[in-house]
Design a protein around this ligand. Structure first.
Ligand code: ARE
Length: 579
C-alpha cells in the first residue's frame, strides 16, 4: 500500500477551506474505508475503486486532517499496517493554503558562515583592535590559520557578501538551489548572533550594496535566499536594550526581562544575548507585525525565507501556546510579504509537536536525521561519548520521524549532516572519506530540503585532534579556494548526486518506503507519480540479489547477485515499479 505527499495520492496538495480533497491509496485491496477525525469525532467514508487503487473525496472543513485507511481488516496509518486504529500514526496533513512553499520541497541549500567563506573586498575586513568584544580587542586572522577556541567569536577572517557573490558560479556548478546564510546584520562578534542593528547589513560584510547585488545574482540563477532570524534574543548592543538598561522609564524596558540585582533573562545565561519578551507589544510590532517589522522588511528586500534561531525558546519554552503563537505569527508575517516565503526553525530537540501545531514549514533535521546517522557511522554521540547502533536502529529512527511529520513538511525539512553548531561530519568520521560519501549519499537521496554546510563538499576537516571533542569554533574554518586543496573525489560525488536529485522528482519530491535490503545497510524506496527509485547505503561490503536495474550515479546496468559497499541509486527496469 502506498499513500504519501504526492499529487497522485493527494489532489490538490493544498486545498482551500470549504473545498474538497481527493485522497487515493495505491493498493491491491478491492474495497476499504477511510477513517478520519472531524472535530474530534471519528468519521468513516467508503473508498471507491479507481485506476491504481481506492479513493475518497473529503470535504475540507478543518485546517488539519488526520486519517488512516481500513483495508482487509487492518488499519494503515503513516507507519504501515496495524490491527487497531493507530492513535498517533495516522496520516497527518496540513490542508489549507498557503502551505509549505512548493519551491522549498526537495531543494538543495548551501549554508554559509559569512566570515569564513570568501573575502571579496579585503578593504572591508575588520582590523585587529578595531573594537573590543567582551572586554578584549578583536583579532584579524590570516585566512589559512585555524580557528582558536581561546579567541572564539573575537577572531575575524574577513569573509563578506561580495565574496559570496563571486562564488555563485561555484555554487551553481555544484547545483545548489539556495543559500542559507548565518546572521548578516551588524554585530560585534564574528558569528553575529548578537545583533546590534537588525536594519543594517553589517558594513564589514559589504552592507546593503553587497546584499542587493547578491540578491540580484541569486535571482538571475534561480537561486533562493534564506536568512538567519535571531528573534529569541538581541545582542547587548541593540539600541532597545541599551535604552532599557539606561532608562527605567523607556518603553523598551518591557521588551526584556529584568530580574532583581541588575540581572536579566538571556539565552543560556549568556549576558551578551538578552532574551526578548513577547508579552511586550513593542517586541511584536518591532520584530513581527509592524509595517516595518524586521521579519517583513528583509523579505520585502529580497530574502525568500527565514531560519529561526532557537525556535523552541522564542516567546517562552516548550510547546506552550505563547511559543506556538509567536512562531505562527512570524511565518504569517513573512507570508504577508511573500506568500511563498519559507520559514523553518532550529529545533534542537523533538520537532514533531511543533510542526504538527502548524507553526513552521520545517525544521533543522538533527534529531531525526543527522544525529542517528552520525552516531551510526562515527560511533560517537553528540557529546563525543562512544555509542554503537545498527543500521536497523538507524532506519527505525529515520522512519519514525518521517512517518510522524505532517505530509508536505516531510519534504521541506532542512535536512543536514553538518552545520556551524556541530562538529564537521568528516571529523566525526575520523577522516574516513568513504563514510563521508555514504552520508552525502543518504542526505541527497532522502526526502527533505538538504543543506550542505560550506566546505563539507570538498572534504574540509577540523584542525583539532579527533579525540578532542569540539564543534564550534573548529567547525568554522575558512574555505580554501585553491582547487588543489579540495578533495575532488568527494566534490565530484556530491555534484553528481545533487544533479541526480534535481533531475529525478522521485528523489526531490517523492515519498519514502522501506525496502528489504541486506543486513548492515540502509535500503529504501523513493516514489513519485508512479515511478520509483531504490537506494542502498552500505558502510561495509554486502551481498544483494537484484532484478535488472540501472544504477544512476555511474549510469550502468546491473543485475543479479551484487557485492557492494557505498551508496547505490537504482532504477528497477522490470517488476520494481509497482511494489
Ligand atoms: C559561544 C561559544 C560556546 C560557549 C558559549 C557560551 O562558542 O563554546 O559555550 O559561547 O559562552 C552563538 C554562536 C556560538 C556562541 C553562542 C553564545 O554561534 O558560538 O557560543 O552564540 O554566545 C543549543 C541550542 C541551540 C543553539 C546551540 C548553540 O538549543 O539553539 O546550543 N544554536 C543557535 C545557533 C548558534 C548560536 C545561538 C543559538 C545563539 O545556531 O550558532 O550561538 O544565538 C546538543 C545540546 C543542545 C545544543 C546542540 C547544538 O544537542 O543538547 O542544547 O543546542 O547540541 O550545540
Amino acid at each position: 500500500n502506498y499513500h504519501d505527499y504526492d499529487p497522485d495520492c493527494i489532489d490538490p496538495l493544498v486545498p482551500e477551506l470549504g473545498g474538497e480533497v481527493r485522497l487515493l491509496v495505491r493498493t491491491a485491496a478491492r474495497e476499504g474505508q477511510l477513517v478520519y477525525l472531524h472535530h474530534g469525532e471519528l468519521v468513516r467514508l467508503e473508498l471507491t475503486a479507481v485506476a491504481g487503487g481506492l479513493e475518497a473525496r473529503v470535504p475540507v472543513v478543518e485546517p488539519v486532517l488526520r486519517y488512516a485507511f481500513f483495508l482487509e481488516g487492518r488499519f494503515f496509518g503513516s507507519r504501515g499496517g496495524e490491527g487497531s486504529l493507530p492513535r498517533y500514526d495516522r496520516f497527518f496533513h496540513l490542508l489549507t493554503a498557503p502551505g509549505v512553499p512548493d519551491w522549498a520541497v526537495g531543494r538543495v541549500f548551501y549554508q554559509i558562515f559569512p566570515d569564513r567563506f570568501r573575502n571579496g573586498r579585503p578593504e572591508l575586513s575588520p582590523r585587529s583592535g578595531e573594537w573590543s568584544y567582551q572586554g578584549r580587542p578583536i583579532v584579524a586572522k590570516s585566512w589559512d590559520a585555524p580557528p582558536d577556541p581561546q579567541q572564539g567569536a573575537r577572531e575575524f577572517y574577513g569573509g563578506d557578501l561580495w565574496g559570496v557573490l563571486e562564488a555563485l558560479d561555484y555554487l551553481d556548478d555544484l547545483g545548489a538551489g539556495g543559500l542559507y546564510l548565518t546572521p548578516i546584520f551588524k554585530s560585534p562578534s564574528s558569528h553575529r548572533y548578537d545583533t546590534e542593528d537588525y536594519h543594517r547589513i553589517d558594513p564589514h560584510l559589504g552592507g546593503r550594496e553587497a546584499f542587493d547585488a547578491l540578491v540580484g545574482g541569486l535571482r538571475r540563477r534561480g537561486m533562493k535566499l534564506v536568512l538567519d532570524g535571531v528573534f529569541n534574543h538581541t545582542g547587548d548592543r541593540f539600541f532597545g536594550f541599551r535604552e532599557a538598561l539606561e532608562n527605567p522609564h523607556s518603553p523598551w524596558r518591557e521588551a526584556f526581562t529584568f530580574l532583581p540585582g541588575g540581572q536579566y533573562a538571556a539565552f543560556f545565561g549568556v549576558p551578551t544575548l538578552p532574551k526578548l519578551n513577547y508579552a511586550s507589544e513593542l517586541v511584536w510590532r518591532y520584530f513581527v507585525t509592524g509595517p516595518g517589522a524586521v521579519v517583513r522588511r528583509w523579505i520585502r528586500a529580497g530574502a525568500d525565507g527565514w531560519r529561526l534561531d532557537v525556535a523552541q525558546q522564542i516567546g517562552e519554552g516548550g510547546t506552550d501556546r505563547g511559543n506556538a503563537r509567536v512562531l505562527r505569527a512570524i511565518k504569517e508575517a513573512a507570508r504577508a510579504e511573500d506568500p511563498a516565503a519559507y520559514v523553518f526553525g532550529e529545533l534542537a530537540f523533538d520537532t514533531v509537536p511543533y510542526l504538527r501545531a502548524r507553526t513552521l514549514d520545517g525544521a533543522m533535521h538533527y534529531a531525526g536525521f543527522a544525529n542517528p546517522l552520525l552516531e551510526w557511522l562515527g560511533g560517537r554521540d553528540g557529546y563525543g561519548h562512544p555509542v554503537r547502533t545498527s543500521a536497523a536502529e538507524v532506519w527505525r529512527t529515520l522512519w519514525d520521524h518521517y512517518a510522524a511529520l505532517p505530509l508536505g513538511v516531510r519534504q521541506a525539512m532542512y535536512t543536514l549532516i553538518g552545520s556551524h553548531d556541530v562538529p564537521r561530519p568528516l571529523w566525526r568520521l575520523r577522516g574516513d572519506v568513504e563514510k563521508l560519501k555514504l552520508l552525502f549519499g543518504v542526505l541527497l537521496t532522502f526526502p527533505g530540503a538538504p543543506g550542505l554546510y560550506y566546505g563539507d563538499e570538498i572534504g574540509l576537516d577540523q584542525a583539532n585532534p579527533y579525540d578532542e571533542w569540539r564543534g564550534d569554533p573548529m567547525n568554522r574554518g575558512t574555505f580554501p579556494w585553491e582547487p588543489e586543496r579540495w578533495n575532488q573525489d568527494v566534490r565530484g560525488w556530491v555534484r553528481r548526486l545533487v544533479r541526480l536529485r534535481r533531475e529525478r522528482a522521485e528523489l526531490s519530491r517523492g515519498g519514502l518506503l522501506p525496502l528489504a535490503g541486506p543486513a548492515g545497510a540502509l535500503a529504501y524506496r523513493r516514489r513519485y507519480r508512479g515511478r520509483e527509485l531504490w537506494v542502498l547505503a552500505a558502510p561495509e561490503p554486502v551481498r544483494w540479489r537484484l532484478p535488472r536495474a540501472r544504477e544512476l550515479v555511474a549510469d550502468r546496468e546491473v543485475e543479479g547477485e551484487l557485492e557492494w559497499q557505498g551508496t547505490l541509486v537504482l532504477e528497477p527496469l522490470e517488476g520494481g515499479g509497482d511494489a
